[in-house]
Design a protein around this ligand. Structure first.
Ligand code: AMP
Length: 388
């Protein structure tokens, strides 16, 4: 098939370049293959989950301009699967090929201070926050924000890394040292009822689509389970999507991204506080592979290729996605035998603690959640019948 561009969009047979080779890159490459696209994965490692399913793999440093040029020459559009891809590499590549979802989104999402300021400037609520460049800033901020707070590095934090909780009487100098005395923000602790996320897409034509609001449970700072739809008032769900739309438009996003939020309840009324942006496909959107008419990965490929976005319609009254962390993936033989369980394994050899090895998605006939103790895993016998 021709590689010629149709009115600015790519045609099947074109090549998508992916920076980063983890499970997100793997699932983007699989979705691209479904559309007859080729992929080249670029990452510093020799191989990873994406390398197993891509047409070509290039091992190279993100600072190696000659290698990055060779990568760009092989592809028609470039995307990335993790937010800490160096801004310099993205700026360099953007001179050679379109890089999507886009540099502005990435710059804001990489820096917690810019990120929180982005929302505050637009009147969108976040936890109270202050910029911390030294110990004196921290002492003043704790006085202002209160002694229940969290100190987070501005950059390179994920899954709770680069964070320390500040409690009453905490030794602030020790907290400052614990995050490596790196530029940071102090955030007030939010007594949230639920954690939710909007996984959304904006197309090259400016069209916007959001999947249904996801409700997320974390364990040890790592996503354990996503349930859709989130148990919130319809108005809260609409407000959450509006925040994602505003973000997409302001930052000229082309592709899939996510906005994570806290739902708080004051005098019986729900309010939303934005926590952070993920400038890429997101773990809380994995349920869409079987649970939505278009998966987040297919949606992302459509957007970055300049194609129309697909329908984000949910395929069942309720969908649950469970991450298979570390040794939990060893239960694959039971999961694969479970009627209606959609098992995904990422091809990782070593099940290190906290490592995401795969996920499993279940579609349910009823919206009513199975009863469970908070933090306890679902008992199979409690599950309503899954859809087939
Ligand atoms: P983050 O790295 O900002 O995504 O934080 C990881 C997790 O820590 C979140 O998903 C929350 O469960 C929790 N968390 C982060 N910030 C706050 C906050 N300001 N108040 C309460 N919990 C928080």
């Amino acid at each position: 098939m021709s590689r010629a561009k149709i009115a600015g969009s790519l045609a099947p047979g074109a090549t998508v370049g992916i920076l980063g080779g983890g499970q997100l890159g793997r699932m983007i490459a699989l979705a691209a293959a479904d559309f007859g696209l080729r992929t080249v994965v670029y990452e510093p490692e020799i191989s990873g989950p994406a390398a197993q399913v891509t047409n070509q793999h290039m091992a190279g440093a993100y600072g190696d301009e000659a290698r990055l040029s060779a990568f760009a020459a092989r592809v028609d559009v470039i995307t990335y699967e993790f937010e800490n891809v160096p801004a310099e590499a993205v700026a360099y590549l953007a001179e050679l090929r379109p890089v999507r979802p886009g540099g502005r989104l990435l710059a804001v999402a990489q820096d917690r201070w810019l990120e929180k300021s982005f929302f505050a400037e637009r009147g969108i609520a976040t936890a109270p926050f202050a910029r911390i460049d030294n110990l004196t800033d921290l002492e003043h901020a704790v006085e202002k924000i209160g002694d229940r707070s969290i100190l987070k590095t501005r950059r390179f934090g994920y899954d709770g890394k680069g964070q320390v909780r500040i409690e009453k009487g905490a030794k602030l100098a020790a907290a400052w040292r614990a995050i490596g005395e790196a530029p940071a923000i102090l955030e007030g602790f939010v007594p949230f009822r639920r954690e939710v996320s909007v996984v959304a897409a904006r197309g090259a034509d400016g069209a916007f689509t959001a999947f249904d609001l996801c409700e997320n449970e974390h364990r040890d700072h790592i996503l354990a389970r996503t349930t859709v739809p989130a148990e919130v008032a319809p108005r809260t769900a609409r407000d959450a999507v509006d925040i994602a739309r505003l973000t997409a438009e302001a930052l000229e996003v082309i592709g899939v991204f996510a906005v994570e939020m806290f739902v708080c309840e004051t005098r019986g009324r729900e309010t939303l506080l934005v926590n952070e942006i993920a400038p890429r496909v997101h773990n809380t959107g994995h349920w869409t592979i079987e649970g939505a008419e278009t998966s987040q990965f297919a949606q992302h490929v459509r957007a970055i290729c300049g194609w129309p976005l697909g329908s984000a319609r949910r395929m069942a009254p309720r969908v649950e996605m469970e991450n298979l962390i570390a040794a939990r993936a060893q239960e694959w033989s039971r999961l694969i035998a479970e009627d209606g369980a959609h098992l995904h394994l990422y091809g990782k050899d070593v099940a290190a603690p906290g490592r995401k090895m795969g996920h499993v998605t279940r579609l349910f006939r009823t919206e009513e959640p199975a009863r469970r103790e908070s933090g306890e895993k679902l008992k199979d016998s409690a599950l309503p019948p899954t859809l087939r």
